[in-house]
Design a protein around this ligand. Structure first.
Ligand SMILES: C[S@@+](CC[C@H](N)C(=O)[O-])C[C@H]1O[C@@H](n2cnc3c(N)ncnc32)[C@H](O)[C@@H]1O
Length: 306
């Protein structure tokens, strides 16, 4: 029995956006690249007819265990990063959904080490069956590498000070092992606090993005979606912070902008692979009911026939 809950963000909006006119193609194959606890997946399945298929992905073994209990012959789950979307056959999919970032069970369970609010091992891996934990990485990385990660992925002004404090502490008392140890150390190194924000917020976000290679995976999944989506297939991406949303926005813009060849001014513009359709944010009611939805931005694009 799974004790953790996840409230799905933009549930109807995302599923509606996956198919023109609300599932005019119920016999096609769809992808939920971030199963989580299956909120979106269950609604998609309810809209498919017996010939439809839903392929889900999640890196997290706990999410995969929930998915394995679904027991619907139209549904399958793959325990791997969504960059593996590229392995699906070309033009085989009518819609791809990515609901990025972490699930509430990952943040709320202190044993996963994602949150500075509970005390737990400094892990932060979505896939606990492989790869290096944050504690392992911080035990050997040098101050320059640590500062770069915290600056790049956390947009943290005090990245250098935090990195130096981590290395100094490692030399004096051994490596950091818990979320509380890291949160306290960061609080000591961050000089000015942003109102309403824990001083460790940016550092935890940065380490999580880095250790899970989140932005690289996203870039690869977006590129793969161009190959696997059919003509008129939909790409729906929900992001939760500006680094992710920037990648999605620039990707859609790059593939939906008409490109003229300056050397051939009278030639037709280069055909576009995507048509940008929508940018949607949760309503005030949704945010009031689920504060974790507040930073969500959903972008929708459609694959053209090119
Ligand atoms: C915000 S939750 C998705 C919630 C889901 N839509 C629901 O309604 O329950 C994000 C999920 O995506 C997974 N995830 C994040 N990045 C991933 C990646 N690169 N590959 C596979 N799964 C990933 C996480 O493990 C997490 O379970």
């Amino acid at each position: 029995m799974d004790p953790w809950r996840h409230t799905t963000v933009l549930l109807n909006e995302a599923v509606d956006a996956l198919s023109a006119d609300s599932f005019t193609k119920p016999d096609q194959t769809y992808v939920d690249a971030t199963f989580g606890r299956g909120g979106h997946s269950r609604l998609i399945l309810s809209r498919l007819d017996p010939a439809g298929r839903l392929i889900a992905f999640d890196k997290d073994p706990e999410a995969v265990a929930v998915a394995n209990a679904i027991g619907d012959p139209r549904f399958s789950i793959r325990h791997e990063g969504f960059s593996a979307l590229r392995e699906l056959p070309g033009s085989s999919v009518a819609g791809v959904l990515l609901d990025l970032g972490v699930s509430s069970p990952q943040i709320d369970n202190p044993a996963r080490g994602f949150s500075f609010r509970g005390d737990g091992p400094l892990d932060m891996r979505m896939d606990t069956t492989r790869g290096e934990s944050v504690a392992d990485w911080l035990a050997t990385a040098d101050a320059g590498q640590i500062a770069e990660v915290i600056r790049e992925y956390g947009e943290e002004r005090f990245a250098v000070q935090i990195a130096k404090a981590i290395v100094a502490r490692r030399q004096e008392r051994g490596p950091l092992a818990t979320t509380t140890e890291l949160a306290q150390l960061v609080a000591g190194a961050v000089k000015t606090r942003e109102p309403g924000q824990d001083p460790a917020t940016r550092t935890f976000q940065a380490l999580r993005i880095f250790i899970n290679a989140e932005l690289e995976e996203l870039q690869q999944a977006l590129e793969a979606s161009l190959d696997i989506l059919q003509t008129n297939g939909r790409l729906v991406v929900i992001s939760f912070h500006s680094l992710e949303d920037r990648i999605v926005k620039q990707f859609i813009a790059r593939h939906s902008r008409e490109v003229f060849d300056r050397r051939a001014p009278f030639a037709l513009p280069k055909p576009m692979k995507l048509k940008a359709l929508d940018r949607i944010k949760p309503t005030a009611e949704e945010i009031a009911a689920n504060p974790r939805a507040r930073s969500a931005i959903m972008r929708v694009a459609e694959r053209t026939g090119v």
